[in-house]
Design a protein around this ligand. Structure first.
Ligand SMILES: [Mg+2]
Length: 186
C-alpha cells in the first residue's frame, strides 16, 4: 500500500451531493437526469444549461466535510486533490475549509477532458507506486487504474457503490491506518 494519498473531493472528502444536485434542480433539471462524477462543463452541456447559471445556483454553504475527513487531512503531512470540480467552486471550498493540500488540480487542469492523476503525481514529484487514490465513483476507480495507482473506496459516503478488488473504507480515519502501515519499518 502506498504512503501518500490523493483525494477526489466531491463525495469523497466533502458531502456535496446535495449542493451539486440542488443546483441542477434549481435550474429545472429533472432529478432523474442528474449523474455524479462528471466534468461539470460537460454535464451542463448535456443537460442544456449554462455553466455560469450552474455556478451561481450552487450553494457552497450546503457543503460539509464527511465526519472524520477534516481530522484525517489535518493530520496528513503530504496530500493532494484531483477533482473534476470547477475551479471556481473547488478553490473557494478548500479555502473555506482551511485545507491546503500540497497539490490540487481541478477541471481546468485537464484541458477540458476528465481528470487525470499523472499530472498530480508529477507535481508531487513522486512515483505512481507511492500514492493511493481515494474516490467514490467508478470514474475515480478507472482514473486510478489508468494511472497505475492503488485505489480505495470512500465507503463512508452512503452513495458510494464499490466495485472491483479494492478496499472499502468505512471511515476516513481508516486511511491513516493504511498509510501508516505502509511506512518503512525501522
Ligand atoms: Mg466524487
Amino acid at each position: 500500500m502506498a504512503r501518500l494519498a490523493i483525494f477526489d473531493l466531491d463525495g469523497t472528502l466533502v458531502d456535496s451531493d446535495d449542493a451539486l444536485r440542488h443546483a441542477f434542480i434549481r435550474l429545472g433539471v429533472p432529478e432523474s437526469e442528474i449523474t455524479r462524477g462528471h466534468v461539470i462543463a460537460d454535464e451542463c452541456q448535456r443537460l442544456g444549461i449554462s455553466l455560469e447559471d450552474y455556478l451561481s445556483a450552487y450553494d457552497a454553504a450546503a457543503v460539509a466535510p464527511f465526519p472524520g475527513a477534516a481530522e484525517l487531512v489535518g493530520g496528513l503531512g503530504r496530500w493532494a486533490v484531483c477533482s473534476n470540480k470547477h475551479p471556481l467552486l473547488g478553490w473557494p471550498e478548500l479555502r473555506r475549509l482551511g485545507w491546503s493540500p500540497e497539490v490540487a488540480l481541478f477541471a481546468d487542469a485537464f484541458d477540458g477532458g476528465a481528470k487525470r492523476l499523472e499530472p498530480v503525481i508529477a507535481a508531487l514529484g513522486v512515483d505512481a507506486s507511492e500514492v493511493v487514490f481515494v474516490g467514490d465513483t467508478a470514474h475515480d476507480r478507472s482514473t486510478a487504474e489508468t494511472a497505475g495507482v492503488s485505489f480505495v473506496w470512500a465507503g463512508w459516503n452512503p452513495r458510494t457503490v464499490p466495485s472491483g478488488p479494492y478496499p472499502v473504507l468505512s471511515e476516513p480515519g481508516e486511511l491513516r491506518e493504511l498509510l501508516e502501515a505502509a511506512e518503512p519499518q525501522r
